[in-house]
Design a protein around this ligand. Structure first.
Ligand code: NAP
Length: 484
């Protein structure tokens, strides 16, 4: 299958933090893939901006090395790479001072689409916004891309929103949650709203429960001191898992349009019930399996920050009354896996013998690895021996279904950056959504802090603390295996 290339208008993409890890590992390799697939117009330019002493030639060398390191050889034809690197410029800019702003102003073109990517820590957002505005290089048609974390609580998120709103309109602001850029996440919407098959069943009458898992094998490692100030609730649940929950649970929007979709997501967040302490399990990895303990990584022997969390949520509306959503995420787990599992109810009446077995359908939407979906259906066990039932998967791995290697599935960042250039905000978080997510998160964190709850220890390489398994067992349910 040949993928359809939708060209975009010429643009200048200015990346503040153009020498940082995110720019080198994700944004620029992703842009190169779009360039090589013909989606980035030849007149487009990417301007790296940071304080490091360097010229454009030095920047091209740096990005050449990153692309060679992070993209497999088969994805980088030298001819394409050379042409892409010619589109790069570098300008030395101090976000908090005056250096470099006049040079940046000279460099950006007035006649093309301009997007400014704030790939720097949030403490610099205000300074950059103020200087872009003050230098007259961010008119109403320019777009601002801001990275996570978007605040660490409601107050700080509101302050960031207010800072950005002083200089820009909401329609110019693109808050990134890269989970929304994943092909499968968008396919969740295609499956739900592009088929008549699922939507009539997508409610508490037919769905027993939903599980959302984002499991990582990596420890917090060198980021320990930074991570210790946030923990899994702030780092993962408030943003990534919340976004997946919203897309799974939202009502059908009237159209696939940024505000229609985001209005529906916001309603889900606002309908979330507060979570009682007994529905939350927090964990922290101990030392083992050649891995130092979380506390050692965090350089904080007293730390009570969670590197794992599992919770059971209820959405207080008609559609989901009585259907729980179970969320779990953690570091140092058995396998790296992100998936949404929708477990349907068993048929209300079985026509088969009691020993034939009873099965329920299960739709699993995998974000990683191997983006795709599978649907378990019940069939007759083949062969003689009477009517016995078994579950078999109808598997659709995107790379297979698209008749290509995984290369055809765009990386989340490359898709999102191209959406910014196209001016499509559908897959970006709106300010009120982020604030609503913090308004739900803050009391939960305040609750366990006030109670002085300590996280449960778990072995690295395991599925998390025993109590997380019990969270489902006590409801007569179980987590899907963390299979790679
Ligand atoms: P990083 O590697 O520490 O890079 C920070 C960048 O900011 C560097 O290019 C640095 O360049 C520049 N910078 C710092 N102070 C500056 C100033 N005063 N003026 C101009 N430039 C300045 O950070 P990162 O990992 O790229 O992350 C960037 C942002 O993305 C952070 O908010 C992070 O939370 C978020 N994020 C990162 C990832 C990831 O995978 N890395 C994932 C999700 C979100 P100079 O030192 O040369 O100025």
């Amino acid at each position: 299958m040949v993928s359809r290339v939708i060209p975009v208008d010429p643009f200048d993409l200015i990346i503040f933090g153009g020498t940082g890890d995110l720019a080198r590992l994700k944004i620029l390799p992703g842009l190169f893939r779009r360039f090589a697939s013909g989606q980035m117009p030849p007149e487009a330019r990417v301007i790296g901006a940071a304080r490091s002493e360097m010229d454009s030639a030095g920047y091209r060398e740096m990005i050449h090395a990153s692309i060679c390191e992070f993209l497999p050889e088969k994805q980088r034809r030298e001819g394409d790479l050379g042409k892409f690197l010619e589109r790069l410029e570098y300008v030395r800019v101090d976000a908090t001072g005056t250096d470099g702003w006049a040079d940046l102003k000279t460099l950006v073109r007035s006649e093309v689409t301009k997007a400014y990517y704030f790939s720097v820590g949030p403490s610099l957002f205000g300074a950059i916004a103020e200087r872009l505005h003050g230098n007259g290089i961010a008119g109403p048609k320019c777009r601002m891309v801001v990275e996570k974390p978007f605040g660490h609580d409601l107050g700080s998120a509101q302050a960031l929103n207010e800072t950005l709103a002083r200089f820009f309109d909401e329609a110019q602001i693109y808050r990134i949650d890269h989970y929304l850029g994943k092909e499968t996440v968008q396919n969740l919407m295609a499956v739900r709203f592009g088929n008549v098959l699922f939507e009539p069943l997508w409610n508490a009458q037919f769905i027993d429960h939903v599980q959302i898992t984002v499991a990582e094998t990596v420890s917090v490692g060198g980021r320990g001191a930074y991570y210790d100030k946030s923990g899994a609730m702030r780092d993962m649940i408030q943003n990534h898992l919340m976004q997946l929950l919203c897309l799974t649970a939202m009502e059908p929007p009237s159209k696939f349009d940024p505000d229609a979709v985001r209005d529906e997501k916001l309603k889900v967040i606002r309908a979330l019930d507060p979570v009682p302490a007994e529905n939350i399990v927090r964990g922290q990895y101990a030392a083992g399996d050649g891995v130092a303990s979380y506390r050692e990584h965090a350089e904080n022997p007293e730390s009570r920050t969670e590197s794992f969390i599992a919770m059971k949520l209820h959405i207080a509306n008609w559609r989901w009354n009585g259907t729980p959503f179970y969320l779990r995420t953690g570091k140092c787990l058995k396998n790296r896996l992100s998936e949404i599992v929708v477990r349907f109810k068993e048929p209300p009446h079985s026509i088969f013998e009691a020993d034939a077995g009873r099965n329920a359908n299960e739709l699993a939407i995998r974000l990683q690895p191997n983006e795709g979906m599978d649907l378990n259906v019940t069939i007759k066990e083949p062969g003689p021996g009477g009517m016995r039932l078994m579950e078999v998967p109808l598997d659709m791995t995107f790379a297979d279904a698209l008749g290509a290697s995984g290369d055809a599935v765009p990386d989340a960042y490359e898709r999102l950056v191209m959406d910014v250039i196209r001016g499509d905000q559908t897959l970006f978080m709106r300010g009120d959504e982020v604030e609503a997510a913090w308004a739900w998160t803050d009391p939960i964190i305040e609750g366990w802090t006030a109670r002085g709850d300590a996280p449960k220890l778990y072995e690295p390489g395991s599925v998390g603390p025993e109590e997380a398994l019990m969270l489902m067992h006590r409801d007569g349910r179980r987590w899907r295996d963390l299979k790679a």
